[in-house]
Ligand binder design. Structure first.
Ligand SMILES: Cc1cc2nc3c(=O)[nH]c(=O)nc-3n(C[C@H](O)[C@H](O)[C@H](O)COP(=O)(O)OP(=O)(O)OC[C@H]3O[C@@H](n4cnc5c(N)ncnc54)[C@H](O)[C@@H]3O)c2cc1C
Length: 459
């Protein structure tokens, strides 16, 4: 229980609003896009500044409250909302300043990637973020950040040059290549494990229009398309990013599509994309010249807020014929027409040339990331859809490595977190021991500090 007087003190301290159950805005603030997550924080603090965040951390410590940190709210695992406790909501912190001469952007953590892209594109610049415009830049970047520019420019976190972080003891630290280097290493992949990031500085790159869109094939052709996808992926330059998978079009046609974005010289792009556009041939070709901002909202209509979402995702060990057969067998079989399952992202180029130990994010060596992204509307269909996802995953698991990209998965518990951080896990524990030894920040794919690890507790 938090006393009324404590709440009044918090309200008087913060510039942003403080909300409790029953107040206007409380339900909207606790609601995130994944309708599977229905949690009720005791208090929601809509922070306006880093000072507000510091005050919230101190308040939560003083009152022994669980803390959840919300950026864009797109965690499929629902890590940004807690039951009871304090939800530190950063979603109204939307400042951004582009420096076109230095080609950098200083951004606040409440921005969505669509808002960030619109501002940087006003200067003809961009950096890698994700592919759905409503996703928050903070959770996406701190966990990884795969998107249309990753092969040319690296993941979103590879473009991060400096962050301000409020740590568990309520200090604001700057972390970059010359200050608090261990913290800077950890936040690039460790997401919210080490503190609350209140400001992010990114490197930007020149970005004109792109040749992008998708080609569509019938779902029944999944195996042929996957074979083509594998062979085509071996030939493509860093300027091209491709992904493919099974979904249902808004007019109810099950398809297996290949989406593409070419970001190099346009005449060269026509040539590079020619085999993709000729293969099949496709039943529809929607690849066209478009602005980068337009591309970044291309997938938005497929991911409206309020659907129920359950995701499994791991990297593919080797995309051999058996793996292709298993993936194709699952295409078009989801019980929901809103699912993107199975779906395969191709990871290559700059993002995969970064050494594994350079940042906490370890997944630099695998070419294909497989997802079962199950979405449905009716809560009564949860069991059917989760059951399908789990059964399909069992059939696919012989072809997958243990580690997954944490940003994509529903909650899988401690062993999963360990596998997701791979060979960087022990170094992350050392960073956790230094900056958050009591595990104050644990609403994330959690790295437990040494003293809370099972072996330490049982000793
Ligand atoms: C529809 C959809 C599309 C997606 N597309 C992509 C994609 O193309 N590429 C990709 O790489 N990922 C993608 N993702 C995954 C996405 O990267 C993660 O869900 C990411 O965590 C979302 O960030 P957020 O700020 O919106 O989420 P939130 O739910 O607000 O936060 C996610 C996690 O990050 C932590 N966090 C958020 N902000 C901060 C902060 N300022 N400081 C410290 N910790 C913080 C939260 O506490 C939480 O643990 C997608 C997800 C969805 C639902």
């Amino acid at each position: 229980m938090i006393s009324i007087s404590a709440l009044e003190t918090l309200k008087a301290t913060l510039r942003g609003a403080v909300l409790t159950a029953g107040q206007d805005g409380y339900d909207a603030a606790r609601t995130i896009p994944n309708a599977m997550i229905d949690r009720r924080p005791a208090v929601i603090a809509r922070c306006a500044t880093a000072g507000d965040v510091i005050a919230c951390v101190r308040f939560a410590r003083d009152h022994d409250l669980v803390v959840a940190v919300r950026g864009g709210g797109h965690s499929v695992a629902g890590k940004s909302v807690c039951d009871g406790g304090l939800m530190i909501d950063l979603s109204t912190m939307k400042g951004i300043r582009v420096d076109p001469a230095r080609r950098t952007a200083r951004a606040e953590p409440g921005l969505t990637l669509g808002e960030f892209d619109r501002e940087t594109q006003a200067f003809g610049l961009a950096t890698t973020l994700g592919v759905v415009s409503k996703t928050g830049i903070a959770g996406l970047t701190l966990g990884g950040g795969w998107g249309h520019l990753h092969a040319k420019q690296g993941l979103a976190l590879d473009n991060l040059t400096s962050v301000d972080v409020v740590t568990a003891d309520g200090r604001l630290l700057t972390a970059n290549a010359s200050e608090n280097q261990d913290l800077f290493w950890g936040v690039r992949g460790g997401s919210g494990n080490f503190g609350i990031v209140t400001s992010l500085e990114y490197t930007l790159h020149e970005r004109g229009p792109v040749l992008a869109g998708a080609v569509f094939h019938p779902a029944s052709k999944a195996k042929d398309v996957l074979r083509f996808f594998r062979e085509f992926s071996e030939t493509i330059p860093d300027e091209l990013v491709i992904q493919c998978g099974s979904f249902t079009t808004p007019d109810n046609v099950p398809v297996f599509a290949v989406a593409a974005c070419y970001c190099g010289p346009l005449a060269e792009g026509e040539k590079v994309l020619q085999p993709l556009r000729a293969f099949g041939p496709p039943m529809a070709d929607a690849i066209a010249l478009m602005s980068y901002v337009q591309l970044q909202s291309m997938f938005d209509p497929f991911f409206p807020p309020g659907r129920h979402t359950y995701v499994k995702s791991n990297f593919v060990r080797a995309m051999n014929d058996d793996a292709i057969e298993a993936i194709a067998d699952c295409a078009g079989t989801s019980p929901s027409r809103f699912s993107f399952a199975p779906f395969v992202e191709h990871w290559h180029g700059a993002a995969t040339r970064v050494p594994v130990a350079d940042t906490a994010f370890p997944h630099r060596q695998h070419s294909f990331n497989l997802m079962l992204w199950s979405n449905w509307e009716d809560p009564a269909e949860a069991e059917k859809n989760m059951q399908w996802t789990r059964a399909s995953w069992s059939a696919l698991s012989p072809f997958l490595v243990e580690g997954s990209y944490g940003n994509y998965v529903s909650d899988e518990g401690d062993p999963f977190a360990r596998a997701a951080y791979g060979p960087n896990y022990d170094r992350m524990v050392a960073v956790k021991d230094k900056y958050d030894p009591s595990n104050f920040f644990h609403m994330n794919h959690n790295v437990k500090p040494s003293k809370l690890r099972p072996e330490a507790i049982s000793a």
